[in-house]
Ligand binder design. Structure first.
Ligand code: BGC
Length: 516
């Protein structure tokens, strides 16, 4: 095949074969991996606002929240490090797990990672459901985190590898759709269990077992991706799998490119050291900055603490849980906008439009809250006023749901060449988890200290990320995944990092080596 010195900047390839029913079903099953993540994101806010749960596990917090003799500002009512650590510890476990998951995904394949993710998560949800002390709660949460780490590592990569390039964006977004459905289901479950006299929180936590079972069973039934089969040396199987998923036997060109990429990746002994080479600089920067920016949109302030936030805004208990259901619904439906447009209008358009919409909403929300509560946090909102804030939050959630939400997972998963794919995805997942952890841990504290300024703080970050995308992210729609280097090579800034030999035949060649 291509020698190290061949430079080809020809047109992006268009492989044979399109979307098949087989790929579609496979991806639907795999995307349920997003359900377990979403369920976690959505469940803890409601659970930690349930009195029975607080009384049992965090009595001091319960006392403080209900003690009217303590004069507290609206902004600080719910600030408790202990309580937020219940929410956040999961994401630390996911962070650590994603590094193990990276090795498992590469050596044993994407399926095994999904299976491990599903089963560990299942055990965690059972322990949480029967928890009788804080230790059990935390152990359960940590196991859930391990499950999330494995799922988030393997599912997006699986989806990107299975999908034909033309619809890769839409298929990959099945993952984000599953996340949003998970969040919505969690919000609905909380709304239901909060009405129960006893043990509502137990049900909320234990129902996480349902998506875990779907994912575990699903992963056993799923086929491996051709890329992963090749990576593990099964050439024949890889070829027939590619024919099967593309629905045609004319897959020679795509298969050849997969083989080149795979051979190339085998020559790389140290994916971790490798990813720090200058030639992978654009991918490395994106693997770090995209998840970082995604969390700095402030979305999880809403996802984790919507019920608490709405209570702060003066909604009653039920109305707060209901408002969380409303934002959850908006989140799901707006994701479809992205699914239907991402491969047509491209990633950049959605990033930029969504970014601007979020900036406007956050500035308005910050200003409205500031006007009512000022810096002292005293005062209240009329119904019309708080409804307006709710509507703006919904418009903000919609913007996130068709931009940074799905694209935050899609773009990193499609830009890594095979030889650094697992390592790159691990960085993506761990940075995401790290900042999810940070936001979960400090949001209520930040709200207490920065007050309405917190929303302006997020708006400022949104301005930075929108400018970043405008200048630094090239369009990747419809580009076959093993051909991505051409895109970087043509970019005004990143082009200089990509050696000429790296675009030969669309594959990445290690410095000084050529594939014979
Ligand atoms: C993010 C989560 C967020 C969710 C909201 C995901 O893409 O990674 O942190 O809670 O979107 O839908």
């Amino acid at each position: 095949m291509a020698g190290g010195a061949i430079v080809s900047t020809g047109p992006i390839k268009n492989y044979n074969g399109g979307m098949t029913a087989f790929v579609f079903i496979t991806c639907v099953v795999a995307a349920t991996g997003g359900l377990i993540f979403g369920y976690d994101l959505g469940i803890s806010g409601g659970v930690t606002s349930m009195n029975e749960f607080l009384k049992k596990f965090f009595p001091s917090v319960y006392k403080r929240m209900n003690d009217d003799s303590i004069k507290q500002s609206q902004y600080c009512k719910f600030d408790s490090q202990l309580l937020t650590s219940f929410t956040s510890c999961l994401y630390l476990a996911a962070l650590v797990a994603s590094f193990f998951a990276s090795a498992v995904t590469r050596i044993f394949g994407r399926k095994i990672s999904m299976l491990i993710g599903g089963t560990v998560f299942l055990v965690g949800s059972i322990i949480n459901g029967i928890a009788s002390n804080v230790l059990m709660l935390i152990i359960g949460r940590l196991l859930l985190g391990v499950g999330v780490g494995f799922a988030n590592q393997s599912v997006p990569v699986y989806l990107s590898e299975m999908a034909p390039a033309k619809v890769r964006g839409a298929l990959n977004m099945g993952f984000q759709l599953a996340i949003t459905i998970g969040i919505l289901v969690a919000n609905l479950v909380n709304y239901g269990t909060a009405q129960m006299k006893k043990n509502g929180w137990r049900w909320s936590l234990a129902i996480a077992a349902v998506p875990a079972v779907i994912m575990s069973v699903g992963s056993v039934l799923l086929p491996d991706t051709p890329n992963s089969l090749l990576e593990r040396g099964h050439m024949e199987k890889a070829k027939s799998m590619l024919e099967k998923i593309r629905g045609t036997s004319e897959v020679d060109e795509e298969f050849q490119d997969l083989m080149d990429a795979s051979q190339q990746s085998k020559m790389v002994e140290h994916p971790w050291r490798n990813i720090t080479q200058p030639r992978y600089r654009p991918q490395l920067v994106m693997a770090i900055l995209i998840p970082f920016f995604q969390q700095l949109t402030g979305i999880n302030a809403i996802m984790f603490y919507a019920p608490v936030l709405f209570k702060t805004l003066g909604f009653g208990d039920n109305a707060s849980l209901m408002s969380a259901v409303i934002t959850g619904l908006v989140n799901v439906f707006a994701t479809f906008v992205s699914i239907f447009t991402v491969d047509k209008y491209g990633r950049r358009f959605l990033f930029l439009e969504g970014g601007i919409q979020m900036i406007v909403c956050q500035i308005l929300v910050g200003t409205l809250i500031g006007l009512k509560f000022g810096t002292t946090g005293e005062g209240s909102m009329s119904k019309g006023y708080s409804d307006l804030v709710l509507i703006l939050i919904c418009v903000y959630v919609a913007a996130f749901a068709w931009s940074w939400g799905p694209l935050g997972w899609l773009v990193p998963s499609e830009i890594f060449p095979l030889e650094i794919r697992s390592a790159g995805q691990a960085i993506n997942v761990s940075v995401n988890m790290f900042f999810t952890f940070i936001i979960a841990q400090i949001f209520l504290n930040l709200l207490c200290h920065m007050k309405f300024g917190l929303f302006l703080f997020f708006a400022a970050w949104e301005i930075v990320m929108t400018i970043f995308i405008y200048f630094f992210l090239p369009e990747t729609k419809n580009v076959p995944i093993e051909e991505m280097n051409r895109v970087w090579k043509q970019h005004w800034f990143w082009g200089k990092y990509i050696p000429d030999d790296a675009v030969a035949g669309g594959i990445q060649l290690s410095a000084g080596k050529s594939v014979a």
